[in-house]
Design a protein around this ligand. Structure first.
Ligand SMILES: Nc1ncnc2c1ncn2[C@@H]1O[C@H](COP(=O)(O)OP(=O)(O)OP(=O)(O)O)[C@@H](O)[C@H]1O
Ligand SMILES: [Mg+2]
Length: 217
């Protein structure tokens, strides 16, 4: 299965990716977890440019860098893993591009959908878990994690995270629009629930999905 996680920074994606990996492995599945951007030597260098660097990158440049990283990861890692029967859990995928570069930065959504299709080699996730919370709550989490005073711009945040509160509000409403357009694929979960409760919901939805699609594992 190809499972993706979405949500604004600090929503709890990595926490849930790790929990899901363990529970699928306990059921005897082979599981590969990855996060975007990155996952191949070239894609990791692109990640550094996009996140660690303090360069000013144009919106279309940013879009194409994220997409180049995705194209690499798909071709070299994800497609072979799925073909070998592995479950792949991916922390961010093309819905992030639509939400951040489309709704957040204002790039044309039709252009994005075409670029997303090319970069993902036409492959779509079987199921996507979208962890929903307000940017304020997300930021509070990030800063409490680092024991820092709350601020919407900080040296402690990466280049994307420093895009400001209004940007994140647009990204969040973008995610809502994406979910409404594809309600069968995208499952929204309240990210303010406890990690264990979120995990239980995810496992239950996956079991329903497998039962409905006739999968055994
Ligand atoms: N359900 C939850 N309730 C409360 N705190 C949580 C929950 N899930 C995760 N956290 C905490 O919130 C912080 C962010 O979680 P996590 O790193 O999993 O989010 P993320 O979506 O992967 O963030 P990023 O986009 O920055 O990678 C961590 O300190 C984590 O322990
Ligand atoms: Mg994370």
């Amino acid at each position: 299965m190809f499972i993706t996680f979405e949500g604004i920074d600090g929503a709890g994606k990595s926490t849930q990716v790790n929990k899901l990996k363990r529970s699928l492995q306990e059921r005897g599945r082979e599981v590969l977890t990855l996060r975007e951007p990155g996952g191949t030597p070239v894609a990791e260098q692109i990640r550094e440019l996009l996140l660690e660097g303090r360069h000013d990158i144009s919106p279309v440049g940013e879009l194409l860098l994220f997409s180049a990283s995705r194209a690499e990861l798909m071709e070299k890692v994800i497609v072979p893993a799925l073909e070998s029967g592995c479950d792949v859990i991916l922390d961010r995928f093309f819905d992030s591009t639509t939400a951040y570069q489309g709704y957040g930065r204002g790039l044309n959504l039709d252009m994005l959908s075409e670029i997303n299709r090319i970069a993902s080699h036409g492959i779509r996730p079987d199921i996507t878990f979208y962890l929903d919370l307000t940017p304020e709550d997300a930021l509070m989490r990030k800063f409490s994690e680092k024991s820092l005073p709350l601020a919407f711009e900080s040296e402690e945040l990466d280049r994307m995270e420093n895009s400001g509160l209004e940007f994140y509000q647009r990204v969040r409403s973008g995610y809502h629009a994406i979910q409404q357009a594809e309600p069968q694929r995208i499952v929204t979960i309240d990210a303010l629930l406890s990690p264990a409760e979120i995990h239980r919901k995810i496992v239950a939805r996956l079991d329903d999905f497998k039962a409905a699609s006739g999968r055994k594992s």
